[in-house]
Design a protein around this ligand. Structure first.
Ligand code: GRG
Length: 299
């Protein structure tokens, strides 16, 4: 990594590039229908850690993918993520009023607009992947479009959300909780890594399997850490029992395992992700740092 930016600087650069690419891709606020376009920009721009774009870029760099392709992949995964947050916040789902420190889209605009924002961001994500080259050949590009569709749809994120909504108030086993999160948050995170890799040169089967294992572990790890952060915030600010979801008593890793066991699980998963990347050597430095970042923003 000699001569290349520190991880912190690299993160800042990618976050900036992603912001610019999203800004350019989103319809202008003055373009009709203005209210919808303003709300789409409100939902996407100027917030978020951009974890999925960071993962796509790091995997893409490993596969030598050109930056402009990775910017499109970054936009695609971030737009799907943004749409999912807008819909997840709506009264028919989690009914949240704040997101990224500002009023949620249905609060700032209205429910119908929030629904349309999600719809339009989702289709824009596929447009980002389809209307310019993002791979060496058309067959790979088509595969990438299908990968994003599977990760977002009923066999991926939307399916996971359905399981989540159906599980409120239930006692899930660890396997059931894992199944839900592999779909709800894991599928898009996994796709982010794989899409980034597909934007570059073809990797051999063994390398692709390594990346896929890393992506699956990190996808789940993200949720374990999110549960830990939520539990810590609940106990610190509200004095609630650790592990009970503040809003609706959803099962979490902390409610199932307890805080210290959930932390241990996160550390074990981080070790697994690191070990998986070892054969790539320095080329996987960014992916390793990202796994570390995902875990240690918690403690
Ligand atoms: C509505 C189809 C549909 C799906 C919603 C992912 C999801 C499915 C809902 C999000 C609910 C949620 C808050 C889950 C916890 C983990 C998570 C995805 C947190 C938010 O993602 P971050 O931390 O957010 O990457 P930023 O704001 O940094 O982009």
């Amino acid at each position: 990594m000699n001569g290349s930016p520190s991880f912190q600087d690299w993160m800042g650069l990618i976050q900036q590039r992603t912001e610019q690419a999203l800004e350019a891709l989103l319809p202008g606020a003055d373009l009709a229908p203005r209210r919808l376009h303003q709300a789409m920009r409100y939902a996407v721009l100027g917030g978020g850690k951009r974890v999925r774009p960071l993962l796509a870029q790091a995997a893409g760099e490993l596969a030598g993918a050109p930056a402009e392709r990775l910017d499109r992949v970054s936009c695609a995964v971030e737009l799907i993520h943004a749409y999912s947050l807008v819909h997840d916040d709506m009264p028919c789902m989690d009914n949240d009023v704040l997101r990224r420190g500002k009023p949620t889209v249905h609060v700032e605009y209205d429910e119908a607009t929030a629904l349309l924002v999600g719809d339009a961001l989702q289709t824009l994500a596929f447009q980002a992947l389809a209307d310019a080259p993002v791979a060496d050949d058309a067959a790979t590009q088509l595969k990438m479009v299908c990968m994003l569709a599977t990760a977002s749809g009923s066999r991926g994120m939307a399916g996971g959300q359905a399981i989540d909504l159906a599980s409120v108030g239930l006692q899930l086993s660890r396997e059931e909780l894992e199944f839900m999160h592999i779909h709800k948050t894991g599928a898009l995170i996994r796709a982010s890594v794989l899409l980034g890799a597909h934007a570059g040169r073809a990797l051999d089967e063994a390398d692709m399997q390594r990346l896929d294992h890393y992506a699956k572990v990190v996808g789940l790890l993200f949720q374990v850490v999110d549960d830990i952060l939520d539990a810590e915030a609940d106990t610190a600010t509200l004095g609630k029992t650790a592990g009970k979801d503040a809003d609706n008593d959803k099962p979490t890793y902390v409610s199932l395992l307890g805080l210290s066991e959930a932390r241990r699980l996160a550390e074990d998963m981080l070790a697994d992700a690191r070990a998986t990347l070892q054969p790539f050597g320095d080329a996987a430095g960014r992916l390793e740092s990202l796994a570390d970042y995902i875990v240690h923003r918690a403690f």
